[in-house]
Design a protein. Structure first.
Ligand code: APR
Length: 256
C-alpha cells in the first residue's frame, strides 16, 4: 500500500467532507504579527495580568487602564493583515459545501480574508457594550456617537450611565447568548473539525474535539507545538498555520 502522508490524509478528509468547522485561536494570527496569549515569552498573558485586564473585577477596579489597553490593541490590529493561513481557510469555501469558522480571536482577520460564515466566540474588539447590559444582553453602544473626556477613561452608557466596555468575552464570563449551543450543534453535524492555533485551555475549545469525535467527525489539528487537544486529533500537523494550511489546500486540488 502506498504510504499516505499526513498532509495528504488531511486533504483527503477535507475533500470528502460536506460540512467543515474550522476552529481557530490566537496562533492562526501569529504570522500576521498578532501576539498569542500563552506563549511563555511573547504571549500577552506573559507580559500583562489577565486578572487586571480581562475580567469584570479588573475593569471595575481600573476602568481607564482596561479601556486604554483595549484601545491600544485595537489600534495595533488596524495595522495587521490576514496571512496565508487565513487565506487558505477562506479558500476552503470554494470546494466544500459548508464551511463555518469558529474563532476565539477578536481581530476580525478571518472576515477580512474572505471567510463568509464566521462565529466570533469571544466577541469583537471593535464593538462596545454597556457593562450592566441594561437593555438586555448584549446592550451594544456605538461609541462614535458619544462625546466624553477620554482622559477620564471609558464613556458612560447613554441609557443607564454605567461604564461602556469592549464587547469581548472576559475570563469568568459566558459566551454571547446561544453561541456555545451553536458551536456544539455545528460541531456535532461536522464531517471534519479543523483545529488551528489554539492551546485548547479554555471552553469551548477544550471540549469541541471530543464532541466532534463522538459524532463521527475527523479531527485535524495544525499547531507548531502539541496542545491539550492533540491527543484527540486523527491527524496532527506540526507547523505554523501560514505554511501548513496552504499545503493542505494545494494537496486537496492536486488529487482532483
Ligand atoms: N500557527 C499555528 N499555531 C500557532 C502558531 C502558528 N504560527 N504560533 C503559535 N501557535 C499556537 C501555540 O502553540 C498555541 O498552542 O497557538 C496557540 C496559542 O494559544 P493561546 O495563546 O492560549 O491562544 P488561544 O488558544 O487562542 O487562547 C484562548 O484564552 O486568554 C484567552 O480569550 C483569550 O481567546 C483567548 C483564549
Amino acid at each position: 500500500m502506498i504510504e499516505i502522508t499526513r498532509i495528504q490524509q488531511a486533504a483527503e478528509y477535507l475533500r470528502a467532507a460536506q460540512r467543515v468547522v474550522v476552529f481557530t485561536g490566537a496562533g492562526v494570527s501569529r504570522e500576521s504579527g498578532v501576539p498569542t496569549f500563552r506563549d511563555a515569552l511573547t504571549g500577552l498573558w506573559a507580559n500583562y495580568d489577565p486578572h487586571k485586564l480581562a475580567t469584570v473585577a479588573g475593569f471595575r477596579a481600573n476602568p481607564k487602564l482596561v479601556w486604554d489597553w483595549y484601545a491600544e490593541r485595537q489600534a495595533q490590529l488596524r495595522t495587521v493583515t490576514p496571512n496565508a493561513g487565513h487565506d487558505a481557510i477562506a479558500a476552503l469555501e470554494k470546494s466544500i459545501p459548508s464551511v463555518t469558522v469558529m474563532t476565539q480571536n477578536i481581530d476580525g482577520l478571518h472576515e477580512r480574508a474572505g471567510s463568509t460564515d464566521v462565529i466570533a466566540l469571544h466577541g469583537d474588539i471593535t464593538r462596545y457594550k454597556c457593562l450592566a447590559d441594561c437593555q438586555g444582553n448584549p446592550t451594544e453602544v456605538v461609541i462614535e456617537d458619544l462625546v466624553w473626556d477620554r482622559e477620564q477613561g471609558p464613556p458612560a452608557c447613554p441609557h443607564c450611565g454605567a461604564w461602556v466596555r469592549p464587547a469581548v468575552v472576559w475570563f469568568g464570563e459566558m459566551l454571547p447568548p446561544g453561541t456555545f449551543e451553536r458551536a456544539v450543534a455545528l460541531t456535532e453535524a461536522a464531517d471534519v473539525l479543523l483545529v488551528v492555533g489554539t492551546s485548547g485551555e479554555v471552553q469551548p475549545a477544550a471540549s469541541l474535539p471530543s464532541i466532534a469525535r463522538q459524532h463521527g467527525a475527523k479531527v485535524i489539528e495544525v499547531n507548531p507545538h502539541p496542545s491539550a487537544l492533540s491527543r484527540r486529533a486523527h491527524v496532527f500537523l506540526q507547523g505554523p498555520s501560514g505554511e501548513v494550511l496552504p499545503q493542505i489546500v494545494a494537496a486537496m486540488h492536486a488529487t482532483e
